[in-house]
Design a protein around this ligand. Sequence first.
Ligand code: PHE
Length: 416
Amino acid sequence: MREIKRWRRVGQWGIKPLICSLVVVTAVAGCKQPTEGGTASGGNGTGGSNGTDASSVGKAAAYTGDDILLGEYGSLTGSTATFGISSDNGMQMAVDEVNGAGGVLGKKVRVQKEDDGGKSEQVGSVIKKLINQDNVLAIVGEVASSRSIAAAPICQAAGVPMITPASTNPTVTTIGDDIFRTCFTDTFQGAVGARFAGKNLKAKTAAVLTDVANDYSKGLGAAFIEEFQKNGGKIVAQESYSEHDTDFHAQLTRIKSTNPDVIFIPGYYTEAATIAVQARSLGIQQPLLGGDGWDSRELIKIGKSALQNCYFSDHYSPDSPDPKVKQFVTTYQKRFGEIPDAMAPLAYDATHLLLDAIKRAGSLDRDKIRDAIANTKNYPGVTGNISIDKDRNAVKPITILQVKGDKFTAFTTIKP
Ligand code: PHE
């Protein structure tokens, strides 16, 4: 039941189900801790003090546009720029397809996009602009959990449905009934990583190096630790850093002295790749393991050979034999000149799903659209079938990717 099988051939896509005992890590997600640039808003919908205060936002004005205007916010620049750029590409693809097929409810779809620079403290003003000035119908974003947690209380207070395609921290969707995600959560992702370390890598001991300025990293690290220990593993070192740090030698030296079988690094690609380079320079040879935050073409550019044969969990593999994936990858590659990372199909799926919900709602009333999103069942996405559960989350398979040469190779897929 809990078996994780090696990826051997095409037909094994979607192998054995893994029964997952889900552990709620909301409490450890640390969303009330200070985050980069301020206080992240908590799960109570009251907003934070970093420009994300939802109290200054009233209900959004009724939607009166002649066309359908969606809001998009993301890190189009900054140290997580590939997150925002890939999502934007995926969103554009979905919108162009829908417009090519006649639009939604007879109207053309447009996107108003805003760059938050990858900074939580900029999210508040960006979201308020989308709602108060542009009067968008609904919002797609963010990728990073801390930034979705900053935006969600504002969207909730305004009654503007928000779908995050990629934020996996459990807290995001607890903020209110207007907030949805179309990806799995870190409760599942952390457990899968821990089981992979124990079963596939035969790790009995692990070190964890967490980004404490990042809600995603803290939640994913905690979920990994919980499951690893539950299965009899020992956590021999817990070290931390903050996003944008560049020198990890002190933490890595302490980790090295505990000689762990594996090192789990639940962070984003820029720091994860730098950590890998510095780990190898200190003579640390153990496998490094990460989550979806590693997924970027920049990972290998920065990490070079330091990440060879390391693994991370993700939302899809471009090598999947699924015809939907093949078609998406071919079309994307033709248009953008590269193999899409996970953010592109995630945003593509979230946008299509939202437009489909607007169609099903048959109305531009935001409450009806919210209800239609909540009622989504078995939407056939590139990143898997999407059903929205009662907590406004999606339950989807996870793919473990192995870094091989300059590629991420699908190693195994684990179903919830
Ligand atoms: N899951 C990450 C977060 O919540 C974001 C992410 C998604 C990064 C997919 C890469 C790929 O912060």
